[in-house]
Each structure stands twice: as C-alpha cells, then as structure tokens.
Design a protein around this ligand. Structure first.
Ligand SMILES: Nc1ncnc2c1ncn2[C@@H]1O[C@H](COP(=O)(O)OP(=O)(O)OP(=O)(O)O)[C@@H](O)[C@H]1O
Length: 310
C-alpha cells in the first residue's frame, strides 16, 4: 500500500504552560490543496511550523512520506517545501542566484541543480526574470519566487503560510491560480484566516480553533454543511402571521410585505414540500419559495463554537 504523503498523529504542543494545539490528527494521501483555516491564535502556525520541522512538538508524531520528522528530520525534510509568512528572499540576489542557493540548501544533487532551478522557474512563470534582482520584482512576482524556492527540490508536500498576504487584488488572483497549478503535482497545504481564499483554492479544508480541529472535510462538505434553515416565501393569498407560526417545524416568521415572509424552520425538514402541500390545501397561492443558505462567514462562526468531525 502506498504511504500517505503526510500523517499527523496526536500532535500537541505547549508553550510553557499553555497548550497551543491539542491532539491533532490527520492524513494527506493525495495531491491537491488542503486549507488550514482558523482565526488568529487558533494554532495554524504552530501546526505548520511543527509539520515543516521548524518547531519540535511537545507530543505526537508527524510522518512525511512515511518518515518520522522527529527521528529522521533531514530525510523527511527532503519531501517538504515551505513558504513562511515572510518569504525568506535575498533581495540583492538575482532570481537564478537565489534559487540555485535554495536548491543547494535543499540538498539537490549538484548535477541536477540547474535543471531543478529551470523547472521551478518555469512552473512559477518567472523564467523571463532569471537575471533580475529580486528587489526589483513586484510583490506578486516576489511571491512567485517564494513559491519557486518551496518547490525547487520537487517535494511531495508544500506548505504555504498565508501565501497571498500583502498582495494586491490582481496579484492575489494570479498567486491563487499558481497555487492550483502547483497542487497538480504536489500536496499543498496553505494556512489562511480568509474564507474566500480557501474557497478559491482548496479541495479540502481543516478548520482549527483553540488548538483543535473543529471541521475536516471537502470544500463541498463545508459549503453544504450549513443546511439552509430560513426561506423567503411569496404567497398571493397568505394566512395571518399567527397561522404561519402555528405550522409544525416553523420556528420564526418575519413579515416583509403583505405577500412576502421570511420563515425559519428546524433543519432536516423537507420544508418546500410541506409548504406547497399546505398552500394547495388552504389556497394560499404560493408563488415562490427561496431557501436561504448561510454565508461561509456564518458557517465559520458557527463551526468555531463546536467540534464537527467528518
Ligand atoms: N512562541 C510562543 N510563545 C508562547 N505562546 C505562543 C508562541 N507562539 C504562539 N503562541 C500562542 O499559541 C497559540 C497559537 O498560536 P499560533 O501562532 O499557532 O496561531 P495562528 O493560528 O497561527 O495565529 P495567527 O494567524 O495569528 O498567526 C496562541 O495562543 C499564541 O498566543
């Protein structure tokens, strides 16, 4: 059976007395993008720093490609590429000089360095800036160089800490696009506290709050997790608001206009069918019923408060 690219088992870490993360478990088996989402102080950087071998965990194990990061850090790190929140760029080097230096640091065989640099540049769309000093590149292109250094040794696992931080809107779109391309060949994990970032780039999502994983699943799962629990209904001949409130499973009714109401219902009910049946029986002349889905921000707020494992 093929090894998981990443396996995290019972990972916990405390700084002095306070636990920053507690008993985190997960596995990454395939290429693609995993978003690590959480508010400030949730434990994202602690988790990522441990997974990249920058910080030693208090408890638990991380395996990269089946290799224990604690026991064999040099071997394990050959399979990890890391773009920290502040890219470790040398502004006075050219793109070629810098990437060559990174490839050597990453223990790429000397005979392979040139090819590795060319491949990383071409993947990140910076080949035409080979001789340009890094300081003279725009923020977006500097970030591309940062991503290129993370993949120069062709690692299986690439970790990007808040990769679009500080970029302008156009650069954000371009870097997100690049991340998706990189994820075709690598398992990419990115951390962010921005929901649209995860939506735009990630296949899977882990949400971490107070040091614990509170949601783990596909982006689709996440979008669907928040079942709609309100709807707008338009009826030509509606009953009184009191009558609407008496309908079983209806928990709240808000009057918008004479024919339009927002109603809240207990989730898990086929409310559309029920409302149509009642409308036909009572001649309410129902015109339209629109289910309202919570925004991702609402989902974020709700999920922050409870533990949901999928
Ligand atoms: N070096 C440290 N010493 C003591 N406590 C720390 C240290 N680094 C982080 N913490 C604490 O550990 C917890 C998790 O922090 P962490 O930086 O991992 O969160 P985060 O999700 O990455 O947040 P942010 O998005 O703000 O970087 C926080 O309560 C933080 O204050």
């Amino acid at each position: 059976m093929e090894e998981s690219i990443v396996k995290v088992k019972h990972l916990s870490h405390r700084y002095s007395v306070q636990w920053a993360i507690k008993d985190i478990n997960f596995e990454i088996k395939n290429k693609g993008t995993l978003g690590l989402l959480g508010s400030n102080g949730a434990g994202k950087s602690t988790t990522m720093n441990i997974m990249c071998g920058v910080l030693n965990q208090t408890e638990g194990e991380v395996y990269i490609n089946g290799i224990s990061l604690r026991e064999h850090p040099v071997e394990a790190k050959k399979h990890i590429g890391f773009l920290p929140q502040k890219p470790p760029l040398y502004p006075d080097l050219t793109v070629d000089e810098y990437l060559t230096h990174c490839a050597l640091m990453r223990l790429v065989d000397k005979s392979q360095v040139k090819a590795a640099v060319e491949r990383a540049k071409s993947r990140c769309g910076i080949a035409h800036f080979s001789k340009r000093l890094i300081r003279n590149l725009s923020g977006g292109y500097q970030q591309r160089v940062g991503i290129a250094q993370a993949i120069v040794h062709n690692p299986k696992f690439v970790v990007l800490d808040e990769p679009t931080n500080g970029l302008d809107p156009n650069q954000i779109v371009e870097v997100r696009h690049l991340i998706k391309e990189i994820a075709e060949d690598h398992a990419v994990m990115l951390s962010t506290h921005i929901l649209p970032e995860v939506q735009a780039t990630c296949d899977d999502i882990k949400m971490i709050e107070h040091g614990k994983v509170v949601f783990s699943g596909s982006m689709e799962d996440f979008n669907h997790y928040m079942e709609p629990n309100t709807f707008i209904v338009i009826m030509e001949n509606p009953p009184s608001i009191e009558a609407l409130k008496q309908i079983p499973d209806i928990t709240h009714v808000e009057h918008i206009t004479d024919t339009r109401f927002r109603m809240q219902f207990s989730s898990g009910q086929d409310i559309t069918k029920k409302m149509i049946e009642l409308s036909v029986t009572n001649n309410w002349r129902l015109h339209e019923l629109i289910l309202e889905r919570d925004s991702l921000d609402a989902a974020f707020a709700q999920l922050s408060g409870k533990n949901i494992y999928k």
